[in-house]
Design a binder for this molecule. Structure first.
Ligand code: NDP
Ligand code: 2IT
Length: 458
């Protein structure tokens, strides 16, 4: 193709992508997180569309941004004082080209359509990257589990599942956990689903307890997977976790097991946080204490310093990024690491950043890392270990057998290495060598787009 033709074609592609993005904004006003997630993916796709105009002809972008189905429903429940409460529940069944909808449920007061759509959209590409046959979905409710009794949690989750049970199934849509939803909530939901449907369909939910058909290593999978991914990325530059100083935001499921694996690989984890503040323990955090406080007692991370007075607690969770470290792992929530935090991390000499959470870095923060030669692992690649082991849980449920911890962990490790290799390869192929943001978006997109073309306009 002559240069002039190539330039004209690139301009056409840009105009097409801009047009679809504008439609997304017009159709979904005031949904900034959703717009942010779409923009990040679209920014990576220009060279793919130039090379494969069939995706434009087939309206792949227009179709992929529109969820196949959105369910929004009333969740009424009764608190311990006898008051009737009402929350809003969601399930976004985003894309089923390569498998049943798959993705977590989030219970947090900030949940709204924008949050669930951004998470569901990300999930399409993340699930594609895993190499497993799972489509994209997400759900949740604007329910705040903090301060609720166990019975309140049970009544709420049962009411939530009473409606959700009509829309899910082992071959239809398979939810799991996310913020505010762990093994306890999944247990209550599985019980209610079983009662509603009158059958033991173990594969309808993942993240179940082992005796309900859960998989060993699912609890550890997201955090371990993030560290496996970052390890791979660092290996290429001759670096490793061994002897590194690490900071990990959050102190929930992803954070705890990211810390555990980083420590196992010889790193010193000096800080973690919750939504109220962060702790700094310069000689290394005592993970057993964090597990006891968070997994067993559901306490605030500030309590850590009463047990370990040599450590310090600071209010303002975002302050964690001001601590000098070699590796930063944001594992709490979206947009928790902004441009200012990125600048400080870079100035303090950070070598690698791995996103255990979904979209924890703002767009400007990501650009800062990429422009500063920081090794950067985007969430949809780096945190795909959780959903990967969920898919392994589905496989075990279908086969009615259970693999050992070591077997699942080895498969997880292989999957994370593959995601790294495939993302690097795609980045190389599309003229963005080493850029894992572009590579992950492209590798995730192509498989889904090709499958959508094969399945016709549906
Ligand atoms: P948890 O509920 O177990 O833990 C969440 C942690 O993040 C808590 O420490 C919480 O603090 C903190 N947090 C939550 N919201 C905020 C906020 N608005 N500001 C600051 N801190 C906050 O959730 P997970 O560990 O499961 O999830 C963490 C992240 O990882 C999310 O982005 C999730 O989407 C993503 N993820 C989870 C996977 C999984 O398998 N669980 C898989 C892939 C990604 P506090 O207790 O004070 O609220
Ligand atoms: O964001 C995610 O990938 C998850 N919360 C896990 C989804 C799953 O189905 O295990």
């Amino acid at each position: 193709m002559k240069t002039i033709e190539r330039v004209e074609q690139a301009q056409d592609v840009l105009a097409y992508v801009d047009g679809v993005y504008q439609t997304v904004k017009d159709r979904n006003p005031n949904e900034s997180e959703f717009h942010q997630a779409v923009k990040e993916v679209f920014d990576s796709l220009m060279p793919v569309l130039e090379k494969n105009p069939v995706y434009m002809k087939q309206g792949i972008l227009e179709r992929i941004v529109e969820p196949e189905r959105i369910i929004s429903f009333r969740v009424p429940w009764v608190d311990d004082q006898g008051n009737v409460k009402v929350n809003r529940g969601f399930r976004v069944q985003y894309n089923s080209a390569i498998g049943p909808y798959k993705g977590g449920l989030r219970f947090h007061p900030s949940v709204n359509a924008s949050i669930i759509k951004f998470l569901g959209f990300e999930q399409i590409f993340k699930n594609s990257l895993t190499g497993q046959p799972i489509g994209g979905g997400k759900g949740g409710a604007d329910f705040d589990p903090k301060g609720k009794s166990d019975m309140e949690i049970m009544r709420f989750t049962q009411s939530f599942m009473t409606e959700l049970s009509q829309h899910i199934g082992a071959d239809v849509d398979v939810p799991a956990g996310d913020i505010g939803v762990g093994a306890r909530e999944i247990g209550y939901m599985f019980g209610q689903y079983k009662k509603m449907r009158g059958g033991y369909e173990a594969g309808v939910l993942t993240g179940k307890s082992i005796d309900s058909g859960g998989s060993l290593a699912r609890k550890e999978a997201t955090g371990y997977g993030t560290v496996y991914f970052v390890e791979e990325m660092m290996k290429e530059k001759g670096k490793s976790f061994e002897g590194s100083t690490v900071t990990v935001s959050g102190s929930g499921n992803v954070s705890i097991y990211a810390m555990e694996k980083a420590m196992e690989l010889g790193a010193k984890v000096v800080a973690c946080s919750d939504s109220a503040g962060y702790i700094y323990d310069k000689d290394g955090i005592n993970l057993a204490t964090v597990k006891q406080l968070k997994e067993v007692e559901s306490k605030r991370i500030s309590e850590y310093v009463t047990i370990h007075p040599e450590a310090h607690y600071f209010e303002d969770c975002a302050g964690i990024w001001s601590i000098p470290c070699d590796i930063a792992l944001p594992c709490a929530t979206q947009n928790e690491l902004d441009e200012m935090a990125a600048k400080i991390l870079v100035a303090n000499g950070v070598v690698a950043v791995g996103e255990g959470a979904n979209m924890p870095s703002t767009h400007a923060a990501v650009q800062m890392f990429l422009n500063s030669d920081v090794l950067f692992a985007p969430g949809k690649a780096a945190n795909a270990g959780g959903v990967s082991v969920s898919a392994l849980e589905m496989a075990q449920n279908s086969a009615r057998l259970a693999w050992s911890f070591e077997e699942v962990d080895a498969k997880l490790h292989d999957i994370m290495k593959n995601i790294y290799r495939n993302s690097m390869k795609a980045a190389e192929e599309y003229d963005a060598p080493g850029n894992l943001v572009v590579g992950a978006n492209i590798a995730g997109f192509i498989k889904v787009a090709d499958t959508m073309v094969m399945q016709g306009v549906i």
